[in-house]
Design a protein around this ligand. Structure first.
Ligand SMILES: C[S@@+](CC[C@H](N)C(=O)[O-])C[C@H]1O[C@@H](n2cnc3c(N)ncnc32)[C@H](O)[C@@H]1O
Length: 235
C-alpha cells in the first residue's frame, strides 16, 4: 500500500500530521486493520472524506467495499444525527468483523456524545447485485464512496449513475493504480491488463463521456470526486 504517489513522502507525512487525531476507538480500528493487512483508507483519503462529510452533511451515504468497517465508522463519526450509511461487503470474515465493529462503534459513539450514532447498515452481498437492486428500487444517495473490486468499476458506475441526483457526489479511491493508469497497456504485465483496461474505461466515463464532471486529486493513489454532468442534469 502506498501513501501518496503524487506528493513526496516527506510532504505527505507532514500533511497527514496536520490531521486531527482520531477518536480512540477509530484509531484502534485503524491500527488493527493495518496490523492485519486489511486495506483501509489512509490518512489522506480520510482527510478528504472527513471534509466532504462535514461540508455536505449527506443524509444518505453509500459505500461499496466495507472491509472491516473502518471507513464506515470513520464517515459516521462526522455525519449528522439521523443520517444513514449503507455499506456492502462480499467477503464472509470481513462482513462478520465489520458487523461487530459497527456495533461497537455505535456504543462508543453513544457514550462519547450521549446521543444515538448515525445508522450504519452493512450488507453481505456482491456489490453488483446489491447496486442492481438499489437502482431497481429507485434509491438515491447524497454521497457514494466507491472502494471495492477495481475491475468492476465500469459496471458499478452504470448503476451508481442511477443512484445519484444532481446534488450527489461520488468519491473513488485508488484511481491511478500506482501510476499504471497512465501507462500503455503494453507495458502493464499480462496479469494486470484487465484491471488496467477497466480502470481506463472507468476514467474515460468519469472524464470524457460528458456524463460526469470529475476532478482527480493527488491524494494517496489518486482520488476522484464526481458529480453528474451539469449538461445531463439541466434537462
Ligand atoms: C479496499 S477494501 C475496503 C476498505 C474500506 N472501505 C475501508 O477503508 O475501511 C475493499 C473491500 O471490497 C470488498 N469487495 C471486493 N469485491 C467486492 C464485490 N464484488 N462485492 C462486495 N465487496 C467486494 C473486498 O472484500 C474488500 O474488503
Amino acid at each position: 500500500m502506498i501513501d501518496s504517489l503524487l506528493v513526496s513522502k516527506h510532504l505527505s507525512d507532514y500533511l497527514s500530521s496536520l490531521q486531527p487525531d482520531l477518536p480512540e476507538f477509530l484509531e484502534g480500528l485503524y491500527n488493527q486493520a493495518r496490523e492485519e493487512r486489511v486495506p483501509v483508507i489512509r490518512r489522506e483519503a480520510q482527510s478528504l472524506l472527513r471534509f466532504l462529510v462535514l461540508d455536505r452533511e449527506p443524509g444518505r451515504v453509500l459505500e461499496i467495499g466495507t472491509a472491516i468497517g473502518f471507513s464506515s465508522c470513520f464517515m459516521a463519526e462526522f455525519l449528522l444525527a439521523g443520517a444513514v450509511l449503507d455499506t456492502v461487503e462480499k467477503d464472509d470474515a470481513r462482513f462478520i468483523a465489520a458487523t461487530a465493529n459497527v456495533n461497537a462503534f455505535a456504543l462508543d459513539y453513544e457514550k462519547r456524545y450521549n446521543r444515538k450514532a448515525p445508522d450504519i447498515c452493512p450488507y453481505h452481498e456482491d456489490a453488483e447485485a446489491f447496486l442492481a437492486r438499489l437502482s431497481e428500487d429507485g434509491a438515491k444517495y447524497d454521497l457514494i464512496f466507491l472502494d471495492a473490486a477495481k475491475a468492476q468499476y465500469p459496471v458499478y458506475l452504470r448503476y451508481i449513475e442511477k443512484l445519484m441526483t444532481k446534488r450527489s457526489i461520488l468519491v473513488t479511491d485508488n484511481v491511478l493504480q500506482e501510476g499504471t493508469l497512465a501507462e500503455s497497456k503494453f507495458t502493464v504485465t499480462r496479469r494486470d491488463r484487465t484491471i488496467h483496461l477497466r480502470m481506463r474505461e472507468f476514467a474515460d466515463v468519469l472524464f470524457r463521456s460528458g456524463r460526469f464532471d470529475s476532478i482527480l486529486l493527488p491524494l494517496g493513489d489518486g482520488m476522484t470526486i464526481s458529480r453528474l454532468s451539469s449538461k445531463e442534469t439541466q434537462s
